[in-house]
Design a protein. Structure first.
Lengths: 586, 167
């Protein structure tokens, strides 16, 4: 570790390289010009120029979630930083490791309402895991490395480093302390052995067990997903995954019940309702999953493994809390299970599986197909059929009906292949995220399953995709409505379709061509397969305008405020009047 | 429904810019109560500050508060003095009373009973300094009300565990 003298911008670049960063997503501006000048002088660090700072953060999220590495963003002060806020909040809600460097006016102007000044650390305090304002060049190397440590350790999340311009130009001393120990932040990763014993004892006495696993398994790394798969198979228990957890357990396995929650499968939600031992690994009892809390999984003992102690006992009281990292805890659980002779009652387990198979036989994702109009489910199913044999497919989504259909009909056998905005529900996430994924995996097939409303929220990033020849495929399920809003208005607001229809939609084929990309359109069911084939074959960014049935609703559905055993399975199920308690829920 | 309880929570934090905003922002953002909050540096060498928060909520909310505080990056330690054995809790108040004649004499007599000290005096006013539990301070201030109470400044609780162990 030899100390070297250099200016602040050079320290920033050196620290990024020492952290193993190979690409940053950013947008220049006055306050970060010194960093951009330093970028210009080197070749080791690649810069992807986005078209809006929100896109930069989502791209970094896509990069991070598809690689397991920290995504890096570089934006300027003021509007650069405020534009990044939605992305940062998204990364916080979905626990995505991102380091966002923001420019700032020089220290002597802070608080003076200077040009392009914003109180970035103030604004981003509640939407980051942690943030820093560097006011002394001597702190810069430590803060840069700390930011990466904080972003990736424990429950991952976004970290902002606010860099005043005079600090970037000041001369300082750089030492490479990549592995410096943090003085206060040391998350617990090893699970308590006694709790693990308790958990395994509960599992051994279960009659109707269920694994309920989430994004924490994905964040813990490929080893965690492998351990989960091993453990679920060892026990023979059924397993359901959250929206964020898809891919943590192979979808092709018979033990997989599909996604659970508001638009989850009938079998997963009823299993949740009926189980007697619930094993939650890396999921957080989110309200999209639990439905009505007072009726949530009423007869189960609950085991909850989470690296974030504040996730435990937040919404749902649990019986066996285990704070720790999923991979290690799963290995410990496997060892404890192996060391124990007792096994669950085989007859009870068989009866439970019989019950689950009965539920599964309802075939809850069935829909009424048509040869006149493209059903959105059909389009996504055909997309899946076209890509399922490949091993290099990454899917991102926007937010809404198409996202839920994608979660239902696309099946993931591996972690890190599915990037969607779960916690924040950010429309406009999918395209920039796909760009980030494609940058990380240049030869992979990256598809953004989109809605025509969401895609317009960050459509400018087409320009980025074209500039870097990133052949992302945007598969728009175009129903001309904000579909999920329309669905709620139909079911809960007396079919008063207030502002959910988009008039004057662009011609997406021409729009693609205007950006220099390929535009394709399908309007009839028989055209779908051809269009998908052409989309995949094109060695360029593609927008597919898939015109689907505008009235189709997403089922199954647990209406707001209802319990898991109160699902709507299809258009023929008439929803009960929603309680006042339910109507206030989002 | 769980009962609402009052807890005194101590938090040891790095004394750095914005740390108090993080703690207060956490309470505001998540809708927790702050009944009082006191902060000062307690270890100048290590740049550590100690925050004492008196908060209220159901046991589940109190547990959340502790866990949420614990995951803030500059937080070293969180301890719930209300549940972790006996502790001493004190608050300081400065109480200004303006009166003459019998009321003035009465305020001085009550101050004596409460062991409050006079730290400022004019012909027509006193400033009393008083240390004690929050309840004792409340009682004293209530008694001063009819005797010409004009101003009160209070610190909020500070607290420390009994016994030989450090934080």
């Amino acid at each position: 570790m030899t100390a070297q003298t250099m200016n602040g911008s050079a320290i920033v670049i050196r620290a990024l390289l020492d952290q193993g960063v190979d690409v940053v997503f950013g947008y220049p501006g006055g306050a970060v010009l010194p960093i951009y000048d330093e970028l210009f002088k080197q070749n080791a660090l690649r810069h992807i120029l986005v078209r809006h700072e929100q896109g930069a953060v989502h791209a970094a999220e896509g990069y991070a979630r598809s690689t397991g590495k920290v995504g890096v963003v570089l934006v300027t002060s003021g509007p650069g930083a405020t534009n990044a806020v939605t992305g940062l909040t998204d990364a916080l809600m979905d626990s995505v490791p991102v380091v966002c460097l923001t420019g700032q006016v020089p220290t002597h102007l802070i608080g003076n309402d200077a040009f392009q000044e914003a109180d970035t650390v103030g604004i981003t305090r509640p939407c980051t895991k942690h943030n820093y304002l560097v006011k002394n060049i001597a702190d810069l190397p430590r803060v840069m490395h700390e930011a990466f440590y904080v972003a990736r350790s424990g429950r991952p999340g976004p970290v902002v480093v606010d860099l005043p311009k005079d600090i970037l130009q000041a001369t300082g001393t750089y030492t490479n302390n990549v592995n410096a120990v943090h003085r206060s932040y040391k998350p617990q990763v090893k699970g308590d052995a006694r709790r693990i014993e308790e958990a395994v004892a509960l599992m051994a006495n279960a009659r109707r067990p269920l694994f309920y696993c989430g994004g924490g398994v994905i964040n813990s790394g490929a080893a965690a997903a492998a351990a989960l798969t091993r453990f679920v198979r060892m026990t023979g228990f059924p397993c359901t995954l959250t929206l964020m957890g898809l891919g943590a357990f192979p979808a092709a396995d018979r033990q997989f019940l599909g996604m659970l929650g508001m638009h989850g499968t009938y079998e997963a939600n009823l299993a949740m309702h009926g189980c007697d031992v619930l094993i939650n690994i890396g999921a957080r009892f989110d309200d999209r999953v639990t439905g009505k809390l007072s009726a949530f999984s009423p007869n189960s003992k609950k085991i909850h493994v989470d690296i974030d102690p504040s996730s435990i006992n937040k919404n749902v009281p649990v019986d066996v809390p285990i704070v720790g990292d999923a991979a290690g805890v799963l290995e410990d659980m496997i060892a404890a299970w192996g060391a124990r002779a007792a096994r669950p009652d085989g007859k009870a387990l068989a009866a439970w599986w019989k019950q689950i198979e009965d539920w599964r036989a309802r075939d809850c994702l069935r829909y009424k197909n048509s040869d006149q109009v493209i059903k959105p489910q059909y389009a996504i199913q055909r997309l899946y059929e076209a890509v399922k044999a490949r091993d290099d497919v990454y899917i991102t989504t926007e937010v809404g009906q198409h996202q839920m259909w994608a979660a239902q009909f696309l099946r993931f056998e591996k972690p890190n292949r599915w990037m969607t905005s779960g916690g924040l529900g950010t429309m406009g996430y999918g395209l920039p995220a796909a760009i980030g994924v494609q940058v990380a995996h240049p030869d992979a097939l990256v598809i953004d399953v989109a809605g025509e409303a969401s895609i317009l929220m960050n459509i400018q990033e087409m320009s980025t995709a074209c500039q870097y020849r990133l052949p992302v495929k945007i598969f728009i399920i175009n129903n001309q409505w904000m579909g999920m809003v329309r669905q709620w208005q139909e079911l809960l607001y007396g079919e008063r379709y207030s502002q959910s229809y988009t008039e004057s939609l662009p011609d997406f084929v021409k729009l693609a061509e205007a950006f220099g990309a390929v535009g394709l359109r399908a309007t009839k069911p028989r055209e779908v397969d051809d269009v998908i084939r052409d989309m995949i074959a094109a060695d360029a960014p593609v927008i597919v305008d898939c015109r689907v049935d505008p009235k189709e609703n997403c089922f199954p559905m647990i209406p707001a405020g209802a319990a898991h055993n109160d699902m709507l399975l299809g258009p023929d199920d008439v929803p009960k009047p929603v309680s006042e308690e339910g109507m206030v829920l989002v | 429904m769980q009962e609402i309880e009052k807890h005194t929570v101590c938090v040891l934090v790095d004394n750095e810019a914005g740390v108090l905003a993080r703690v207060i922002g956490l309470f505001a953002g998540r809708g927790y109560n702050i009944e009082s909050l006191t902060v000062a540096e307690v270890d100048p060498q290590a740049h550590l500050s100690r925050i004492t928060v008196v908060t209220s909520g159901t046991p589940m909310v109190i547990e959340q508060i502790k866990n949420q505080l614990g995951r803030l990056v500059p937080v070293h330690k969180v301890s719930d003095l209300t549940t972790e054995g006996p502790h001493v809790e004190r608050e300081l108040a400065l109480v200004k009373v303006r009166s003459t004649g019998e009321k003035r004499v009465e305020s001085l007599r009550i101050a004596d009973i409460f062991r409050a000290r006079v730290v400022d005096s004019t012909i027509e006013s006193f400033v009393f300094e008083m240390t004690g539990s929050t309840e004792k301070l409340n009682a004293f201030i209530n008694l001063m009300q009819p005797l010409g109470l004009v101003d009160v400044s209070r610190t909020g609780s500070v607290a420390i565990a009994r016994g030989p162990q450090g934080f």
